[in-house]
Design a protein around this ligand. Structure first.
Ligand code: SF4
Length: 351
């Protein structure tokens, strides 16, 4: 494989830095591919300190891939609750079943087999292959894009086809093939702690003398991204429908789309200007005893590409509701972080 100038300094600086600053994390004390896989999927969407309790809870609840395969979808979603990106939890579950059935419960040990599994892309396959099986595959995640763009002064957008190709090739050429696990851990940790998106720690950085972005004053401009996320505003109206026995109506969302498979109050999406009316409530729930908005100020709930303004109502029925759930059992249903906010707004603190 072709070497680039400076490869050895890059590796030795990186690993020297890692020896000194690495955090002690549970998934670094193991080479069990199941645990590495769980940690990597969790860390794709959350920072280490926020993801740590979820990781611990997940591997305590499902301590082997077999345990995960045998769990129900509701159990998996409940354990994932609060992390968001629920399709990742469903993919974990589906892949655990495949590993259990088709691989006899043994995790595949090659990059090519790993990448064929649902929910495992190039990054996760490289992480598992290198951390667990010492295979020479470079990881390329947001941290790696940032570190390489700055140190090597690369201005190709990281969200372009050419950018992905260029950064992947560079990362692979820089990889310490003797110790790919250590190298990959080091570069990701360097991006997470030293060469960060904001409050970057250039003063005293081990790479400072070699860093192109620092020399050219472009640290804040790199990496370059083409498409800034457009945030779409949405206006949702949720109804806490209580029947004559004081049970709340819960419905399960569709298998596809946002919060698929989670449970929530009935809801409707309306344009900003449109308010809920008596006619609409009757259309949705039939004749009701009483209904009222809980708070005129909406709950704002931000997702990666959407900002939700959420209005909450209480609706009381005179009748019994076949979808009604007694308050003490609401906590048993997997739900989104938004539903958790609605529970709090209703003073359902015991949930
Ligand atoms: S000098 Fe600054 S920009 Fe360059 S690698 Fe170090 S932290 Fe990153």
């Amino acid at each position: 494989m072709q070497k680039i100038a400076g490869e050895s300094w890059f590796t030795s600086y990186l690993q020297e830095w890692y020896d000194q600053y690495q955090r002690s994390l549970p998934w670094r004390q193991t080479t069990d591919p199941y645990r590495i896989w769980i940690s990597e999927i969790i860390l794709q969407q959350t920072k280490v300190d926020q993801g740590l309790p979820y990781y611990k809870r997940f591997v305590e609840t499902f301590s082997t891939v077999q345990d995960l395969a045998e769990a129900s979808e509701d159990e998996v979603l409940r354990c994932w609750q609060g992390l968001g990106y629920y399709s990742r939890a469903r993919n974990l579950h589906a892949t655990a079943k495949v590993i259990s059935k088709e691989f006899n419960g043994q995790f595949p040990d090659t990059y090519d087999e790993l990448i064929r599994l649902k929910g495992i892309g190039p990054y996760t396959a490289a992480a598992i292959a290198s951390f667990c099986f010492k295979q020479a595959h470079a990881v390329v995640d947001g941290n790696v894009f940032r570190v390489l763009a700055r140190i090597f002064g690369i201005e190709t957008p990281i969200d372009s086809t050419e950018g992905r190709r260029q950064f992947t090739q560079l990362a692979q050429r820089l990889l310490d093939v003797e110790r790919p696990d250590l190298h990959n851990q080091s570069i990701m940790e360097f991006g997470a702690l030293q060469c960060t998106p904001k409050n970057v720690q250039c003063t005293g950085c081990i790479m400072a003398q070699r860093c192109s972005a620092l020399a050219s004053g472009k640290v804040a401009d790199l990496p370059v991204k083409l498409n800034k996320k457009k945030v779409k505003p949405r206006y949702l109206h949720y109804f806490c429908v209580e029947d004559a026995a004081r049970r709340q109506r819960l419905i399960k969302r569709d298998k596809n789309g946002l919060w698929a498979g989670l449970y929530e109050f009935p809801s409707i999406e309306l344009d900003k200007e449109v308010s809920v009316t008596d006619e609409l409530v009757t259309e949705l729930f039939g004749t009701v005893k009483h209904w009222a908005i809980v708070d005129q100020t909406p709950i704002i709930h931000k997702l990666s590409h959407q900002e939700l303004s959420v209005y909450l109502y209480r609706v009381q029925l005179d009748t019994l509701d076949e979808n009604g759930v007694e308050a003490e059992f609401l906590k048993d249903f997997p739900r989104s972080a938004l539903m958790q906010k609605l529970f709090k707004r209703l003073n359902f603190y015991y949930l």
